[in-house]
Design a binder for this molecule. Structure first.
Ligand code: HEC
Ligand code: HEC
Length: 317
């Protein structure tokens, strides 16, 4: 009977520790942020249906100068190293663009890359912050000050981030829709590794997965202002939850960061996190299964230990 009481007290304390402290620590260390906005609600709507055949020609005229599209044997006139030297970063091959990127994002990006990758989302988050601060402000003067610092921050930010792809705002919506239809018509389905190489590989390496960044290190630092970290261990250092929230909206976690939002669809983003998990935490499944076996082992051992103890104490009495 005594053992049972001790066990109940032990379980009660463990439960209090677990439910009282663990969720609290979790909530402090990983403050809640909303799920990423896969609808890209800050961007202009785009519903034009395109014609892939017309798009192929437009692609050759407007995009081929910098981008390859290997799934349709399209190569830019300049070689790899020259492209990196000219633009600071390698303009990615677009064979998988129709698969990886959201259509609305693509349309907005082609029209105005800088606004789509940076300015629009940055302003959105800064405005959310400003609205919160205004609600707490005590005087009109304080509000004016906040407004001023808001504008200064945006200015500083715009001066810092850049994207060397020119905008195509002179193309009509129909022409842009045609180019997107073409990229979708020739798109290649991607494995998680290819998705990561295509969407992130122009800036990041994943050394443990044998992916090297395909722009030169020095030029990337010159272009971005900082060197994009290797992604091999991100799943361990940041966790999958952080990555899910960060990848499609870096400004939300690191306001002002030089990493653009890349506009992935939800599926593509999941594939990339899956790949980072495969590379950085390949033994996760094994570990989880082993954990279950260890628990079963402990339960069986506990039963044996109990009977052993009863047996030993019988002799003591
Ligand atoms: C003058 C060179 C140049 C031309 C022309 C050009 N691009 Fe780009 N493009 C780039 C560079 C450089 C990047 C990478 C920019 C970066 O990461 O900062 C890029 C990136 C992209 C991306 C990746 C976007 C993302 O979110 O990761 C897509 C998609 C793209 N371009 C599509 C196009 C299309 C479609 C056209 C033709 C309408 C085109 N580009 C024309 C240079 C160019
Ligand atoms: C145009 C270049 C560029 C592209 C493309 C890019 N990144 Fe980054 N990324 C950066 C830079 C620069 C940083 C460093 C940011 C900083 O410290 O402000 C970074 C940082 C990160 C970090 C670290 C975040 C942190 O909290 O420290 C992760 C994770 C990451 N990138 C993942 C990705 C993934 C996944 C992709 C592809 C979907 C990607 N990045 C595409 C430039 C890029």
């Amino acid at each position: 009977m005594r053992e049972l009481k001790i066990l109940i007290v032990l379980i009660a304390f463990t439960a209090v520790t677990y439910w009282g402290i663990e969720p609290y620590a979790h909530h402090v260390m990983h403050p809640h942020t909303e799920a990423p906005d896969y609808a890209f609600s800050d961007l202009e709507e785009f519903h034009v249906v395109g014609d892939a055949k017309a798009g192929k020609e437009l692609f050759a005229m407007n995009c081929q100068a910098c981008h390859s599209l290997s799934s349709d044997d399209i190569l830019p006139p300049m070689g790899h190293a020259d492209l990196v030297a000219a633009y600071g970063v390698y303009p990615p091959d677009l064979s998988t663009a129709g698969d990886l990127y959201d259509t609305k994002f693509l349309a907005n990006f082609i029209k105005n890359p800088a606004n789509t990758a940076f300015d629009s989302i940055f302003k959105k988050h800064k405005e959310e912050e400003l609205a919160k601060a205004k609600a707490l402000a005590k005087s009109d003067e304080e509000v004016a000050k906040l407004q001023h610092s808001f504008e200064k921050t945006i200015e500083g930010y715009l001066a810092k981030t850049k994207i060397s792809m020119p905008g195509f705002d002179y193309l009509s919506d129909q022409e842009i829709a045609n180019i997107i239809a073409y990229m979708k018509a020739v798109k290649k389905e991607t494995t998680p590794r290819e998705a990561t190489a295509q969407a992130c590989g122009r800036c990041h390496s994943v050394n443990y997965g044998d992916l090297t960044e395909n722009s030169s290190r020095d030029q990337l630092v010159g272009y971005l202002g900082s060197f994009p970290p290797d992604l091999s261990q991100m799943i361990k250092s940041k966790g999958d939850e952080y990555l899910h929230k960060f990848i499609n909206d870096p400004q939300k976690q690191l306001l002002g960061t030089a990493m653009p939002r890349v506009g992935l669809t939800e599926d593509a983003e999941k594939k990339i996190v899956q790949y980072l998990e495969e590379v950085g935490d390949a033994k996760k499944d094994e570990r989880n299964t082993l954990g279950v076996y260890v628990l079963i082992f402990m339960v069986i051992m506990a039963v044996f230990a109990y009977f052993f103890k009863v047996n030993v104490f019988k002799e003591v009495h």
